[in-house]
Every structure is written in C-alpha cells, then in structure tokens.
Design a protein around this ligand. Structure first.
Ligand SMILES: NC(=O)c1ccc[n+]([C@@H]2O[C@H](COP(=O)([O-])OP(=O)(O)OC[C@H]3O[C@@H](n4cnc5c(N)ncnc54)[C@H](O)[C@@H]3O)[C@@H](O)[C@H]2O)c1
Ligand SMILES: O=C(O)C(=O)C[C@@H](O)[C@H](O)[C@H](O)COP(=O)(O)O
Ligand SMILES: [Zn+2]
Length: 368
C-alpha cells in the first residue's frame, strides 16, 4: 500500500491476514472492505467505546457508507469493566437489533478492551461472523493481532474467551495523537515486552527513544509499533493456540493479571500491571541464577517511561497469590512463569517454587 503504509502478515495458511500500519487509514476502511469483498447487503456492527466514539467512529462509518455499506454503532463505557458478560450480552442484543446475518462483520474500533470484547462477540454471534480490528491505542498493537478474544470474570482475567482471528488489522497511527499520557505509558509496556522476549537491540532502541515515544513522535512511534507487531505476528504464526512458544507473549502477565483482578478491574491499567509483573519476572530470573542486571535494566526502563514498578501497598499478598492460580498457564498444581534469561530472551519455567513467588510479590509491594 502507498502513502507511508507498512504491512505485516500473520501467517496462518488460509486464515492469514494483513496488519496495515500508517497514517490516514481510517478514511480508507470502506475501500478496503470493498477490495476484500465484504458483503454490501449484510449490515456491519461497529463496536467502540464512549471516548473513541466521539473522535473516530464518524470517519469510519462515513468511509463505509461511501462504498454502500450499512453500519450500526454500539458504544460501551470506556475502560476494563466493559470486558464483562453483561456488556457482552448488550453487544449480542446490538447485533440482533442491527439485523446482523452470517455474512455480516463486527468491527472493533478502540483499544484492547473493545478489541477483546468485540472479537468475542464476533466469535460467538451465530457461531462466528467476520471480524476486523481497528486499534486506536498503543497497547492495542498487541491486542489487535493474534486472535485472543475474551471477557473477564470477577476472579480471573480473560477467562471467558476464544481464539478468533480478525480478517485484517488496520492501525491508523494518527489516532494515537489523542491518547492520554497515562495510556501512552501503559501501552509502551507491551512494546517493551516484545523487545524483552525477542530482541535486545529493540530494547536498547526503546531505551534511547523513550522521550520521543512519550512525545508521540510519529517516526519513533511508527517504528516501535511495527517492531512490536512484527514480533507478535512471528510468534502467533508459529503457535496460534499457545501450545508452547506463544506463552512467551505472557511475560509479566502471571503477576500482572492477578494484580488487575485483585485491585478491581480498571484500577491498575493492563499495561501498568504487566510492567510490575515484568519486573517480578526479571527478579525471578535472578533467583534462577541469571544475570542480576536483567532486573536492573528492566526496572530502569519502566521507571524511565514512568510506569509503576511496585505493587500498590494496599493489595493483599494472599489474594494476589490466590489469583495467580487462575492464570491460564497454571497446570497440574504448578504456576508457570515466563522468565528472562537475558535481555531479549526468555524461557518458560514449570518449576518455580511458590515460596519464591510469594517472596517476590512481598518484596515488590510499595513500602518494602
Ligand atoms: N487479546 C490480546 O492479545 C491482548 C493483548 C494485550 C492486551 N489485551 C487487553 O487489552 C486491554 C487493554 O487495552 P488498552 O490499554 O488499549 O485499554 P482500553 O481499550 O481501555 O483503552 C484505553 C483508554 O483509552 C481510550 N482511548 C482509546 N483510544 C483512544 C484514542 N485514540 N484517543 C483517546 N482515547 C483513546 C479508551 O476510551 C480507554 O479509556 C486489556 O483488557 C488487556 O487484557 C489483550
Ligand atoms: O497474545 C498473547 O498470547 C498474549 O499473551 C498477549 C498478552 O499481552 C495479552 O494480555 C493476552 O490477552 C493475555 O492472554 P491470556 O491468555 O493470559 O489471557
Ligand atoms: Zn498483555
């Protein structure tokens, strides 16, 4: 594609799909639908949230209508609490009211919350309709790629879900310019994660370019998101359903997801929780005898970004330990952790002593 648009592919045979990254894409959604043969006679449901609606829903809908499509809009409250069965039910009602049929498409326009929710709607409505991701947060470079879709349960993150791939991902970098700074910082956690698991040079680049990234410098942001999506696309292409390799994308999430659930969804942003979790995993690396500088480098980078690196002191350690038992990697009574072995490399450990994890959680609590 022309116009400074970069393209990556998630290689899944017949279900392969492109990730388009660049400026000015929202206004091209309709053309892309037409080029890709999306049915004109079947209505589309655009799912978005209250903040994104005002900013970007109109452009996307107009672009689709210009090509003859019928689009209905469903708006959910902004934030993590919308990843619930209640809101899911509202979205199924919206599908029915808009008259979606088996050739219809659900579009997710927003961050990871909207993407995960809308994807689960697309996966389940009539046992599956077409699905397109239009991410609008930095964090959503991760969530829009790879087909993990889900809603939360009070006790566990993402515990009700499916693997359901989109047909394309259209990442309009212009939309990121309206992000609040807290969301920018939180989104950078997953960017850094992709470096920490795969590419030491990219971690060094992130470290050198924190100021530019925080200032939403278009060139730096475009590069960082392309590199992040590239790692994600490679990993998902090799192991779509997390039989082995894909678990590395979960670096920092064993602790992070537990913190989100225990704090109450939305208190700690996902990116904030996993920044803390990644510091915890780096500390675990030290326990296994890997270079202690892994923890220092990881923590220093998150501090430079301005992400939290300590567990809020009011969270209860027993509750955090209990919540970790609902992690999807937990198996046969054993916690499973993604552990860095160096900057840019990780291994999956099934032999982590619970006592070590408790010690790390206690040690990372504010005030300790
Ligand atoms: N499926 C996956 O593989 C995957 C990967 C990573 C994270 N996730 C999930 O993603 C979720 C977090 O996603 P998120 O951080 O994008 O949160 P989010 O979707 O809640 O978006 C963050 C906030 O920014 C606002 N917003 C979104 N785009 C905006 C824009 N362009 N301008 C101004 N405001 C904007 C939203 O209204 C919201 O308040 C979590 O639920 C997490 O579990 C899923
Ligand atoms: O795509 C993956 O695989 C990931 O683990 C990416 C994570 O960043 C993301 O938060 C994912 O939703 C977590 O998956 P879960 O299986 O632990 O719920
Ligand atoms: Zn994540």
């Amino acid at each position: 594609m022309a116009g400074g648009i970069k393209e990556l592919t998630v290689d899944l045979g017949e279900r392969s799909y492109p990730i388009l990254i660049g400026p000015g894409l929202l206004a091209r959604v309709g053309s892309l639908f037409a080029e890709r043969g999306f049915a004109v006679k079947s209505p589309i449901l655009l799912i978005t949230d209250a903040s994104v609606e005002d900013l970007y829903a109109g452009t996307v809908e107009q672009s689709l209508r210009d090509k003859g499509y019928t689009v209905a809009r469903a708006v959910v409250p902004s934030g993590e609490t919308s990843k619930s069965l209640t809101v899911f039910d509202d979205m199924i009602t919206a599908c029915l009211e808009a008259g979606l049929d088996r050739r219809s498409t659900v579009i997710a326009l927003g961050g990871g919350v909207v993407g995960d929710l809308a994807g689960f709607v697309a996966a389940t409505y009539m046992r599956g309709v077409r699905f397109v991701q239009i991410p609008t947060t930095i964090l959503a470079h991760d969530s829009s790629v790879g087909g993990k879709v889900a809603v939360n349960h009070r006790l566990a993150k993402n515990i009700i879900g499916a693997f359901y791939q989109p047909e394309f991902v259209m990442y309009d970098l212009d939309t990121l310019l309206t992000l609040p700074i807290r969301e920018v910082k939180a989104g950078l956690s997953e960017v850094v994660k992709h470096g920490l698991i795969w590419n030491a040079d990219f971690v060094a680049w992130c470290d050198d370019n924190v100021d530019k990234l925080l200032a939403l410098d278009p060139e730096a942001l475009g590069y960082a998101l392309y590199e992040g999506c590239k790692v994600k696309a490679i990993v998902v292409s090799r192991d779509e359903r997390e039989n082995d390799l894909r678990a590395i994308l979960n670096l920092g999430h064993t602790i992070g997801h537990a913190l989100e659930a225990v704090a109450g969804y939305g208190e700690l942003l996902h990116g904030e929780a996993i920044a803390i979790g990644m510091v915890g995993s780096a500390r675990l690396a030290g326990k296994f005898g890997y270079d202690p500088s892994i923890e220092a480098v990881t923590e220093a980078l998150f501090r430079k970004i301005g992400s939290p690196v300590r567990i809020p002191g009011h969270l209860d350690v027993d509750q955090i330990m209990a919540a970790m038992q609902h992690d999807k990697k937990f198996m046969e009574g054993q916690m499973v952790f993604v552990v860095p072995t160096a900057i840019g490399a990780v291994e999956i450990r099934h032999d982590v002593p619970t006592a070590w994890v408790r010690e790390i959680v206690e040690g990372l609590r504010e005030g300790n």
